[in-house]
Every structure is written in C-alpha cells, then in structure tokens.
Ligand binder design. Structure first.
Ligand code: THU
Ligand code: ZN
Length: 153
C-alpha cells in the first residue's frame, strides 16, 4: 500500500484590482450576467462568464418544477453553440453571497469535459458579490480522480 495525497491550491485575492486585467474583466462580465439570472424560487442569483476567444455569459434560469439551468452550464453552452467548445480557457463564477461560490458537482463535471477538450488547465475564478476572489488553475483540485473522456477510450 502507498498513500497519495491530492491537494488543492487556491489563490486568494482580497480585491479585484489584484487580478490580471482579463480576469478582472471576466468577473465583471459574470457580475453583469448575474443581473439576468431568473431565480424566483431559490432567490439565489449566479452569473458566469467564459473566455473562449470572446466572452460568453450565463446565469441560472430556474423553473417551477425546479429543474433549472446553472450559470456555469449556460455560459459553457453559449461558447459551445458558437463553435468554441474546445477553446475555453477561463471561467468566472459569481454568486449572491459574501464569500466566493464554488461550482456544484455537475458543473465541475462540465468544466472537466471542456478542460479535456482544450487540453490545458482552465482558470476557475470564484467570487461573491463582494470580498475575496478565489482562483484555481485546473479542475483537478476541485474534482479529484474525475471520470472523464479518457475513461471511455
Ligand atoms: N447554482 C448555479 O447556477 N451554479 C452552481 O453551480 C450552484 C447553484 C444555482 C442553481 C439554483 O438556481 C441556485 O443556484 C440555488 O441552488
Ligand atoms: Zn452547478
């Protein structure tokens, strides 16, 4: 037996000003997208923005049968339908909270899929409506030992 330890490095930025310009811009686009969320049931609005050549925005869109879409997926799918699915390099996620929000399990799986298509680690930026921004390079730390496209080969 041997042990493996899998770690997650999170870069914590105390303010948006500390981020590189493109990443600050991506977070600002995610904040703007949050304004278009439709969340009358949870009252929890989420915005996302994906960098894939251009910027693709998304927000959570709920339904009365509680099967709505998550902000991350609507943004990722926006890039996909513009034929940029394999060119996604960064995603920003912003929630209605004082602390950064992190993508849920199924959204992590979506990010895993596009990261494998891109062939290099995706920058994942997580923020609340104020306060710190968390930055993680690659989905691996957020979805360790993931099942991905390679498992089906
Ligand atoms: N939500 C997202 O949009 N992304 C996530 O990964 C976490 C949750 C949304 C879904 C629902 O509309 C609301 O936040 C509360 O769960
Ligand atoms: Zn989700």
């Amino acid at each position: 037996m041997r042990e493996e330890i899998h770690t997650l490095k999170v870069e914590v930025f105390d303010s948006l000003d500390e981020l590189p310009e493109d990443e600050r811009g991506l977070i600002e686009q995610a904040m703007r997208a949050k304004g278009f969320a439709y969340a009358p049931y949870s009252n929890f609005k989420v915005g996302a923005a994906v960098l894939a050549g251009g910027i693709f925005r998304g927000s959570n869109q709920e339904t009365a049968v509680y099967n709505g879409s998550h902000a991350e997926r609507t943004a990722l799918d926006g890039a996909a339908v513009a034929d940029r699915k394999n060119r996604i390099s960064k995603i920003a996620i912003v929630g209605d909270s004082d602390v950064p929000i992190t993508p849920c399990g199924p959204c992590r799986q979506d990010i895993k899929e596009v990261e494998d298509l891109a062939g290099s680690p995706i920058v994942i930026l997580m923020a609340g409506s104020k306060g710190a921004v968390w930055r993680v390079l690659g989905i691996d730390g957020l979805l360790p030992l993931a099942f991905g496209p390679a498992n089906l080969k």
